[in-house]
Ligand binder design. Structure first.
Ligand SMILES: [Zn+2]
Length: 218
């Protein structure tokens, strides 16, 4: 079982490398980290340019959005990414779901799975595993299930963002759940949710004009 998992992982990594449009060899290219922007974004030096990299599949609380206040745990998330990547070199793997946009989001940031070069630490997953961000389910990506599991485990252990404090007693209660293709949001315990349901913050659901379920009244 363990070897099957490792083999699968190797296949996924190789697929990622082979499907990346700019790469022709197996050895990934290594890039220098220039600076950290916030908990899920940083700048890397690629082909003599400074390029903004958005860690795919993970979302951390906002710290630099011009129109928003600094959210709870934003500074911690930003400091955590610094701890992982400042002064480091990285390599990237891209997700086939973004190949149509050449692996860029609408802000022209490069969407990538990022690995720390010296030990191959999978940075996107590490952020979620240690509770500094949640799985970002708004856009499709191949490793969603894996990231959702890491998020569930971090929540159960009340790590980082999921820890209860006097000031933020129930941040995890502010999350709601929804099903792909539906614009209703639910409590996690609702009979309309399942293992396949995705989560987002209640504020985000309201901002997106989602409707509260009349059964579970989230
Ligand atoms: Zn419901």
């Amino acid at each position: 079982m363990k070897y099957a998992l490792i083999a699968l992982l190797v296949i996924i990594i190789l697929l990622g490398i082979f499907t990346c449009p700019q790469k022709s060899s197996i050895a990934p290219e290594i890039y220098k980290v220039v600076r950290i922007v916030d908990g899920d974004t940083f700048i890397a030096h690629i082909d003599a340019r400074d390029v903004r990299i958005r860690l795919i599949g993970v979302d951390t609380p906002e710290s630099v959005h011009p129109n928003k206040e600094v959210e709870h745990f934003a500074l911690e998330a930003s400091a955590f990414l610094k701890e992982l990547l400042e002064g480091e070199e990285v390599f990237f793997i891209y997700d086939q779901n973004n190949s149509a946009t050449n692996h860029k989001d609408r802000y022209e940031r490069v969407l990538a799975y990022t690995y720390r070069a010296r030990d191959s630490l999978f940075v996107n997953a590490e952020i979620i595993r240690q509770g500094y961000g949640h799985a970002y389910s708004r856009y499709p990506f191949t490793r969603l299930e894996e990231f959702l599991k890491l998020e569930r485990d971090a929540r159960h252990q009340k790590l980082g963002l999921w820890a209860e404090t006097d000031e933020y007693p129930a941040i995890s209660d502010s999350l709601v759940w929804f099903n792909a293709g539906s614009n209703k949001y639910h409590r996690q315990s609702c009979r309309y949710t399942s293992d396949k349901s995705l989560s987002m913050s209640k504020n985000e659901a309201i901002a997106k004009d989602f409707q509260a379920c009349k059964v579970c009244k989230p």
